[in-house]
Design a protein around this ligand. Structure first.
Ligand code: PGA
Length: 256
């Protein structure tokens, strides 16, 4: 973390878990566990239908609501899709794009991720842009090249002014939901590489100001070590964000 130049963000990704009616009891437990002073921005990304309940329920804990996906289209005949305008209208402040589960199960490519990030920025929603290599790519020593490509593609056509409203999340695919975390060194190496790419694209100041999160089996035990790395400005947390005590523990780790 480097609080001097950028925001620390702890974002939960509930994926297709929980229900709107589960938010109130979740928040009651979270409130009891959270530290008194705010040390980071807290976000919970839920299915779009749960966002209004998250906004209501999250107020006391100062939890902002985020979506997990968005349509690249502005509006029209796209049955089942949710637009950035619709997300903004119900109060979403953030939205994940390019999560590896969307890339894998819904065949989303880098161009689509770029279009979705732009659609969100247009409506004032902060995109949390996910990038990450597969195990094969890591073993072939292609990690940095692949992540560089993903970051460049995702940010294509996004201005320096807009970059100030973007968050990048490095999520090695092999670490997601597997219990296998990247070591703090591995995560730092890639997050630093991401900042270097952004520096080449936008210059030193914007690169210094962009928050880069780590995601992939981050939990109450390993969060402090990961967050102690200079280029890791927070976490995108799946499994552990569903447990209020664990999620609060990760938030607490940002106070160190
Ligand atoms: P995990 O998921 O923390 O359960 O590994 C992270 C993510 O998919 O964002």
């Amino acid at each position: 973390m480097n609080r001097k130049y950028r925001k620390t963000v702890i974002a939960g990704n509930w994926k297709m878990n929980q229900t709107a009616s589960g938010i109130k009891p979740f928040m009651e437990e979270l409130k009891a566990e959270l530290p008194q002073t705010k040390s980071c921005d807290i976000v919970l990304c839920t299915p779009a239908v749960m966002i209004p309940a998250m906004i209501r329920g999250g107020k006391e804990c100062k939890v902002a609501a985020g979506g997990q996906d968005v349509s690249k289209y502005e509006k029209g005949a796209y049955t089942g899709e949710v637009s950035a305008d619709q997300l903004a209208d119900i109060g979403a402040k953030y939205c994940i794009v390019g999560h590896s589960e969307r890339r894998q199960y819904h065949h989303e490519d880098d161009m689509l991720v770029n279009a979705k990030a732009k659609a969100l920025l247009e409506k004032g929603i902060i995109p949390i842009i996910c990038v990450g290599e597969s195990l094969e790519q890591r073993e072939m020593d292609l990690t940095i090249e692949y992540i560089t490509y993903q970051v460049k593609a995702a940010l294509y056509g996004i201005s320096a002014q807009q970059l100030r409203h973007c968050i990048i999340a490095y999520e090695p695919i092999w670490a997601i939901g597997t219990g296998k975390t990247a070591t703090a060194q591995q995560a730092q190496e890639v997050c630093e590489a991401i900042r270097i790419v952004i520096r080449k694209m936008y210059g030193a100041r914007p690169a210094r100001a962009v928050s880069i999160l780590y995601g992939g089996s981050m939990n109450a035990k390993n969060a402090a070590e990961l967050l102690a790395q200079p280029d890791i400005d927070g976490g995108l947390i799946g499994g552990a964000s569903l447990k209020p005590a664990d999620f609060a523990q990760i938030v607490k780790a940002t106070t160190q």
